[in-house]
Design a protein around this ligand. Sequence first.
Ligand code: 13P
Length: 248
Amino acid sequence: MRKPIIAGNWKMHNTIGEARELIEALLPLIEKREREVIVCPSFVCLSEASKLLKGSDVTLGAQNMHYEDKGAYTGEVSPLFLKEIGVSYVILGHSERRHIFGEKDDLINNKVKSALKHGLNPILCVGETLKEREKDNTFEIIQTQIYGGLAGLENENLAKLVIAYEPVWAIGTGKTATKEDANEVIAYIRRLLSEKFGDEIGYNTRILYGGSVKPSNIKELMEMKEIDGALVGGASLKAEDFSKIANY
Ligand code: 13P
């Protein structure tokens, strides 16, 4: 059985003080359930968040990283820094990284490999734009992003891999993919994983949905057979909303 994951991507929100307030409000609201709850604050808040989360049922994630351990990469953050702080998950290839900062599949692939090498759990994000969906190119785009992001990986590395299907048109727009559409694309991703890495990886890899997940739609999404959790943006910034999603 795949253990569900509810992850909050705070994006570029919350100062250290605000992050502290949010975590302190959130922790008492999270009920003990058979699932993983993750928060992904900005880099500058990770250290404080790590201290506050110690001993709790909430795990720490980062929103990005560089693939090299160290070097002349001004402004970048190494996987070693994340490990030292106590980060367990790292979001990679988020659509905002792809579309605003120009990240391509080969760069994202290097990051995924590096995260796995360092024992971090990568959350590899994939998803089509509205134009691509309207042109009926969704499955082609997803295949390119999955094959590109996972190129050169071996089966035994992949136990820690998590994938998030986030259709770009559903992010921050209030438009959620229908549960059937999300389930269909996630089933397709699972088939791609099975074809490339074997049925065990295909079956066991956790695949999340992201895009305007709210307390009002989490239940129906989680009822779908292929959907193993959610990557939540806006609604993860309020303790009450995020806890309702995590406690669905
Ligand atoms: P929203 O939940 O705000 O649509 O954002 C989704 C997202 O991008 C999570 O990574």
